[in-house]
Design a protein around this ligand. Structure first.
Ligand SMILES: [Zn+2]
Length: 132
């Protein structure tokens, strides 16, 4: 369904929770870094307020102009391809809308490309770790 390998891998990482967003990676410590047991402290590297989850990164964070611009272009295309999603976006919580778009087969390639691009922007900036 998704021909570009890196796009497919990005989408799979969100589905399987193997992405490198704070909500996941701060669950695990290593020899240099302690784990962050408090989920609410695994905050977004850009806004530093909300928990850095896939739906936050892709759909709600407004603190990275690059992500905001990617999202605007993505939603424009998505709503042309799947107009009913526009209505759903207003009705659903971000987590539910996120599930709706990643399980929508007709737009899966578009979603995978967007996921890849947003994760690239996030991964260029180090995750926020609270002081020990
Ligand atoms: Zn954020």
């Amino acid at each position: 369904m998704v021909k570009t390998q890196r796009h497919r891998e990005a989408l799979n990482s969100l589905l399987l929770s193997t992405h490198l967003l704070a909500v996941e990676i701060l669950r695990y410590g290593d020899h240099a870094q302690p784990r962050e047991n408090d989920r609410s402290k695994r905050v977004c590297r850009f806004c530093k307020i909300d928990v850095e989850t896939p739906e936050h990164a892709l759909l709600t964070c407004g603190a990275s102009p690059e992500v905001v611009s990617l999202r605007r272009a993505f939603l424009e295309k998505l709503f042309i391809d799947a107009p009913t999603l526009r209505v759903l976006m207003d009705l659903l919580e971000p987590i539910e809308f996120f599930k709706a778009i990643i399980y929508e087969r007709s737009t899966i390639a578009l979603v995978a490309k967007f996921a890849y691009e947003v994760l690239e922007v996030f991964y260029e900036t180090p995750v926020v770790r609270s002081a020990v």
